[in-house]
Design a protein around this ligand. Structure first.
Ligand code: PEP
Ligand code: MG
Length: 325
């Protein structure tokens, strides 16, 4: 089985009826690049930039950040690298940056909210990304977006950082696609409006599940409530996939949920054509995709989306797993 999976490395993830599915890797550190390559990642769908911040004792400046981003871009030459801006707070702390004590950190000051308030930090990071941009094909993604106004604010800041760097004489890449993560139920509700503001969206199921079901992703006491198979979660993914298809824009999935092959097939059936996975799960997901057709995936999605309960959905998926995998 292992040999068979290794043999898939150089093969594309195409369905039996020849539809291409893009399988990118989630990465955090420069050392993840090798693992991503080893498993045949086609690019980076989620580069969690907080990791290089976490391994230091002070905030890196724009040049230090650019040096790290450049390494990643060069390692994926000719492939897209989706750089996500700082996503601290909630469960991710930086030793040299004190977040205020909060009753509910996951509902508090985290992620893009920190960036929008601490624009000194945000501008430094955007400058680092822009400075590194000629080294490859980056796109920039903003986490935890809940409104159109946040996107407009972010774009304004980015434009101003770009202008400043260009005035200093830096050559920057012109065409950098901008995307947002869909992780908050409010973003799902207004997805059509959000899609008008960006080039692509990526569904972060880790957070989307927690916020849709009001169940902390790290709290074992409410583990049974943190349920990827709750119909509300699956309907949300479908809603985003449909809206993106209609708008002619890309919706990928970058949460852990897609690492399970049957879930990936289910989401292909909902219209998702791109995933970003932890690299070691790329081969099994690729194998599942290569063994099935779009109509099979659609049938599975139709059956699952018709279910009213998680128990029913799990039963359907168990049956499908036996039949399909
Ligand atoms: C997510 O929320 O699904 C996600 C991919 O981001 P993170 O796990 O870094 O919050
Ligand atoms: Mg997240």
């Amino acid at each position: 089985r292992q040999k068979e999976l290794e043999g898939l490395r150089g093969l594309p993830a195409v369905t039996r009826d020849n539809v291409t599915i893009v399988l990118n890797a989630n990465i955090g550190l420069v050392s993840d690049v090798r693992v991503a390559n080893m498993h045949g990642a086609e690019g980076v769908g989620l580069y969690r930039t907080e990791f290089p911040y976490m391994t230091r004792s002070t905030f890196p400046d724009r040049h230090q950040q650019a040096a790290v981003y450049r390494k990643i871009l060069e390692a994926f030459s000719g492939q897209s690298v989706n750089i996500r801006t700082l996503d601290i707070g909630g469960d991710k702390a930086l030793p040299y940056f004190s977040c205020p004590h909060e009753e509910n950190p996951f509902l508090g000051w985290r992620s893009i909210r920190v960036s929008l308030e601490r624009q000194d930090i945000f501008r430094e990071q955007l400058a680092g990304i822009l400075l590194s941009s000629p080294a490859g094909t980056p796109s920039i993604m903003f986490p935890l977006i809940s409104s159109v106004d946040e996107i407009r604010q972010v774009k304004e800041i980015l434009a101003s950082v770009r202008e400043e760097l260009e005035l200093e004489g830096h050559e920057l890449r012109e065409d950098i696609p901008l995307g947002i993560m869909i992780e908050i139920p409010a973003a799902v509700q207004i997805i059509e409006h959000l899609l008008k503001e960006v080039d692509y969206v990526s569904i972060g199921t880790n957070d989307l599940i927690q916020y849709t079901l009001a169940a902390d992703r790290n709290n074992p006491r409410v583990k049974q409530y943190y349920d990827p198979y709750h119909p509300a979660v699956l309907q949300s993914i479908k809603r985003v996939a449909d809206a993106a298809t209609k708008a002619g824009k890309k919706a990928s999935v970058c949460g852990e949920m897609a690492t399970e092959p049957i879930n990936a097939l289910l989401m292909v059936g909902m219209g998702i054509r791109e995933f970003s996975l932890s690299a070691p799960s790329i081969p099994v997901v690729k194998q599942a995709i290569r063994s099935h057709s779009i109509p099979e995936c659609r049938t599975l999605a139709r059956q699952v989306l018709a279910c009213a309960s998680s128990v029913d959905i799990r039963r359907k998926l168990d049956e499908a797993r036996k039949k399909l995998l």
